[in-house]
Design a binder for this molecule. Structure first.
Ligand code: HEM
Length: 339
């Protein structure tokens, strides 16, 4: 089997019953596997809330390693919309031509560095530095900061043999606390300072809220991007004809990136907490239990995607499923709109 082939482990359960069950740290999760259920439940925040105890909607649960609420992700509408209005203009900067020029120059330098070395290990040696350096543009912080973030390794909450490593997570939290204190003392034009100066419901954002946005920015954009970049590179290494096609038809590159994200699903699933006794796929779920929106399964639903287990570089977007795809392909410049 090719390295870039990812078989769909959910196919049988998805068509037979529509859900799967896992026990995550004694807080079980009912995984929704069908596209239509994932889509419907993502919008039904009244029954499936994101505003649970911080860390509980994440699978594996992070309740034991953090108390800070990630903003706007662990908040429901209408408050979600108010927070989102603060961060959205900042996250839309990557759409500006000057930003794109800087990012392109940075990525070209990463590629040149890899080519010069001849051989490079793609995760730690290429994708991690690429992601960390690009994050300096998003945060508008000095390029040198990326060296610190690279030194943390590919995952901020995980270490060798430990799915959730509280000590490692503390390195990130303490780093962010120090940066917020620095920005309070000497405000500048970086993301910390801009957030600290932002108005929310007639008052300034608190330190804890700024921390919540920053933790999400660091954690949410890290292994997702690294997974997406490394899997796409594995595919292109095994399919030189795809690269040839990009050279001849550059207009399909955008669609191909969406397709890579559909196929590789860099974020497998995200949870919600059930607010009232209800049913999913004719299966009872109790109030205060957890469900998850399993993007990796929904993205292979044959009812929605023709030949779902194939990568079709110029796959056409169908407006019926664009909204879930838009959620799963959330990128710095277009995060999902739940509000
Ligand atoms: C291929 C890369 C990425 C994928 C697949 C991805 C996937 C997702 C998904 C599925 C959600 C929705 C979670 C939910 O509501 O349950 C989400 C939310 C979010 N992501 Fe990403 N993400 C990616 C990259 C990034 C990057 C680079 C950043 C920032 C540096 C980022 C920041 C966020 C934020 C702030 C939210 C919350 C949005 C809101 O609640 O309105 N993501 N992402």
């Amino acid at each position: 089997m090719k390295k870039s082939e990812l078989p769909d482990p959910f196919g049988a359960a998805r068509s037979e019953k529509g859900y799967g069950e896992i026990n995550d740290q004694n807080d079980p999760v009912t995984m929704l596997l069908r596209h239509k259920d994932v889509r419907k439940s993502a919008y039904n925040y009244q029954t499936f809330t994101s505003a649970a105890v911080p860390g509980r909607i994440v699978v594996p649960s992070e309740v034991n390693i953090r108390n800070t609420r990630q903003i706007p992700f662990e908040v429901d509408p209408p408050v979600h919309g108010a927070y989102r209005a603060i961060v959205e203009p900042w996250f839309k900067r990557p759409l500006q031509p000057e930003y794109q020029e800087k990012l392109t120059a940075q990525i070209s330098a990463n590629v040149a560095e890899a080519l010069q070395k001849g051989t490079v290990e793609v995760i730690e040696g290429f994708a991690l530095p690429l992601q960390s350096r690009a994050l300096t543009l998003l945060l508008h912080t000095p390029f040198a900061e990326s060296e610190t973030w690279i030194s943390w390794g590919t995952h901020v909450f995980r270490s060798e043999g430990e799915a959730l490593d509280g000590d490692k997570a503390n390195i990130l939290y303490e780093y962010i606390d120090r940066q917020i204190d620095r920005a309070i003392e000497k405000p500048g034009d970086d993301m910390y300072s801009v957030l600290l100066a932002s108005e929310f419901e007639g008052r300034k954002l608190t330190k804890e809220e700024v921390k919540g946005v920053m933790v999400l920015t660091f954690a949410g954009g890290r292994d997702t991007v690294i997974n997406a970049v490394t899997n796409s590179i594995a595919y292109l290494a095994e399919h030189p004809e795809a690269l040839e096609r990009f050279r001849k038809e550059p207009e399909i590159i955008g669609k191909a990136m969406e397709e890579f994200i559909r196929y590789f699903s860099p974020l497998t699933q995200m949870g919600r907490v059930v607010t009232e006794d209800t049913q999913v796929c004719e299966h009872a779920v109790k109030a205060d239990s957890r469900i998850s929106l399993c993007w990796a399964s929904a993205n292979r639903d044959a009812g929605v995607f023709e030949n779902p287990n194939e990568i079709v570089l110029d796959r056409k977007m169908n407006p019926m499923w664009a909204s879930v795809s838009a959620i799963t392909t959330a990128w710095v410049q277009r995060m999902p709109a739940r509000s």
